[in-house]
Design a binder for this molecule. Sequence first.
Ligand SMILES: NC(=O)c1ccc[n+]([C@@H]2O[C@H](COP(=O)([O-])OP(=O)(O)OC[C@H]3O[C@@H](n4cnc5c(N)ncnc54)[C@H](O)[C@@H]3O)[C@@H](O)[C@H]2O)c1
Ligand SMILES: O=P(O)(O)OC[C@H](O)CO
Length: 328
Amino acid sequence: MSAPIAILGAGAWGTALAIALARDDGPVRLWARRADHAGWLQQSRHNDAYLPGARLPDSVTVTNDLDQATNDASVLLVVTPAQHVAGLLQQLKRGDAPLLLCAKGIERGSGRLLTEVARELAPSRALAVLSGPTFADEVAAGKPTAVTIASDDDPLAASLVARIGSPSFRPYRSPDPIGVEVAGACKNVIAIACGLAIGAGLGENARAALLTRGLAETTRLGLALGGRPETFAGLAGLGDLALTATSPRSRNYALGLALGEGATLDELMRGRSSVVEGAATAGAALLRANRHSVELPIAQAVADIIEGRATIRDAMRGLLARPFKAEG
Ligand SMILES: NC(=O)c1ccc[n+]([C@@H]2O[C@H](COP(=O)([O-])OP(=O)(O)OC[C@H]3O[C@@H](n4cnc5c(N)ncnc54)[C@H](O)[C@@H]3O)[C@@H](O)[C@H]2O)c1
Ligand SMILES: O=P(O)(O)OC[C@H](O)CO
C-alpha cells in the first residue's frame, strides 16, 4: 500500500482532489480548518458548504488535526485560498514530505508567489505546483481533466504524475513552476475583467480582446519573473484562461459579470464563504509587476475597480484610450 496523501484545505478544490486521488492502494487524508466541518465531513461524507453533490470515498479520512493529517504522508497538497497559504505553512511541523501547491494566487501585501512563500516558511521541503483548467465539480464527477504539475525537480514531478494521474485526471509535467504559478494566479484577474466586459454590455469582441491581451500581460510578468514562454500557451496558461474567462461557472468571471451588471462589491462579498482569488491577486500582481517595471494595464483596471479607485466606465475608458502599439 502507498503512503498516505495529505490534502490541506477542504473547500471545493481540496474535496474534489480527495475524491480524484482516492484509490484502493493508498489512503487520502483531508484536513479541514474547522473541527465542526471536519467532523461533519467525516460522518456525512458530503461537503454541502463547498461542493454539493459530491461524496467522499471511504478511503478518505477527514480531520482538523494537522499533525494527524500530515504524519507519514508522502506529499502534502496545499489547497487553502492563496491568502491563507502562509498561515497554514506556519502551522506545519518541520518535515521532508514535498509540498504540491494547488492554490492560485499571489500574496497580497508582499507580492510573493506561493513557491516563494513556501521556500521561506517550509525550507526543508521540495516544491511542485499543480494548476490548469479544473472546475472542482467536474473533477469530483470524474469528467476528463488535464492539469500541469511543475517542479524544478523533475523526478519529483514525475513521481507526482505517477501517483496522481488517472485516465480521467491527466497531469502533464513541466519544468516551469514560476510560469505555471503566474499563469494560474493572473487568469483569475483576467477572468474578472472579461466578466466585467460582458456584464457592462461591451460585447464578446471586447471579451476576446481582454482575454488575449490579458494573456500577453500575464506572459510579460511571467517572463520577467523567470518563467518560460511556452508555459503560457499550455494548460495552466491559455487552457485555464479559456475556461475561467468565458464561463459564468467561474467565481472570478461571475464576480466581474455581476459587478458589470451593477452589483456592488460589498453586496457580492457579504456573507460569502467561497473564495474569489482574482480580487486579492489583482493588486498583488501589480505590486510585483511594478518592481520589475512590467505594465499590466488590465490588472490595473481590475484592481482600480475592486479597490474603489475607478468606476467600471472610467477603468474601461482608460484601457481604450491607451496608445496604439505593435502586438506582442
Ligand atoms: N474550486 C475550484 O474549482 C478550483 C480549481 C482549481 C484551483 N482552485 C484553487 O484552490 C484554492 C482553494 O479554492 P477552493 O475552491 O477549494 O475554495 P472554496 O471557496 O471552496 O473554500 C474556501 C476554503 O477556504 C478555507 N478558509 C477560509 N478561511 C481560511 C483560513 N483563514 N485559513 C485556511 N483556510 C481558510 C475554508 O475553510 C474553505 O476550505 C484557491 O486558490 C482556488 O483558486 C479552485
Ligand atoms: O471558480 P474560479 O474562478 O475560482 O476558477 C476555478 C478554477 O481555478 C478553474 O480552473
